[in-house]
Write a protein that binds this ligand. Structure first.
Ligand SMILES: Cc1cc2nc3c(=O)[nH]c(=O)nc-3n(C[C@H](O)[C@H](O)[C@H](O)COP(=O)(O)O)c2cc1C
Length: 218
């Protein structure tokens, strides 16, 4: 198969996952190209969360109600960020596209712009992969990221074809790694496992990686 691995990564974790996927695909005899989405200008880390703030007061409703989530995913504002010209502006020549994003509550802003910019998505099978700090919490991490992402893929005519979520055990906020320690605590509470287990080097993360490769690279 001809496979395109396209991703954005601000601090390197999604890029590492993308490289691992590309290496695995090559090992299996596929022809692989990599598109690294680059922004025109990097936003200051303190500006990035500002467009995401409207959800915070509504988070209890979001977590509690599937109906509210469906409504929110239709209505929420997805920020975008200007990206540099693409090496592969038309993906129609690929059998499979693997699209990678860090989770910025939803998909990362440069990836949202890529989805609106690229052509040739109609009928393409697109599998999504992501890194985020936390463990794979069903609603807060997986649904909040993949539902809007896949809705955007469908709106461009693509066929969502798989999901992979890996913890980076890294969070840029706020001053003393508070978010990272919070997610480490949540991981122990909810899954009874250290967050490290869900990273690419951890037992569960590695198994997920292999499952995804088995699904999307055959
Ligand atoms: C604006 C912003 C929002 C984020 N939101 C989440 C989140 O909702 N859940 C989470 O676990 N991590 C969140 N993170 C952490 C990143 O998803 C995580 O550090 C990711 O692995 C970074 O990937 P990268 O190194 O490829 O840029 C957020 C980071 C930023 C900058």
């Amino acid at each position: 198969m001809r496979i395109l691995v396209v991703h954005y990564s601000r601090t390197g974790h999604t890029a590492r996952l993308a490289e691992a996927l590309a290496a695995k695909a090559r090992q299996r005899g596929h022809s692989v190209e990599i598109e690294r989405i680059r922004t025109v200008r990097d936003w200051n880390k303190w500006l990035l969360p500002i467009p995401l703030l409207p959800l915070l007061p509504l988070l209890p409703f979001y977590l509690a109600s599937a109906r509210f989530r469906r409504l929110w995913h239709r209505l929420y504002y997805q920020p975008q960020q200007a990206i540099r010209p693409l090496a592969v502006p038309d993906v129609s020549g690929f059998d499979r596209v693997l699209l990678g994003t860090p989770k910025w509550l939803y998909l990362a802003y440069p990836v949202a712009r890529w989805l609106d910019t690229v052509t040739g998505l109609t009928g393409r099978r697109v599998a999504s992969f992501a890194t985020f700090c936390g463990p794979p919490l069903e609603v807060f991490e997986l649904e909040m990221l993949f539902e809007p992402l896949e809705a955007r893929l469908r709106a461009r005519g693509a066929v969502p074809a798989g999901r992979l979520a890996i913890s980076s055990d890294y969070h840029p906020y706020f001053f003393f790694d508070e978010m990272r320690y919070l997610f480490r605590w949540i991981s122990l509470k909810v899954f009874g496992r250290p967050l490290a287990d869900f990273t690419l080097d951890g037992k569960v993360g590695r198994a997920e990686f292999e499952r995804f490769c088995g699904e999307v690279l055959t």
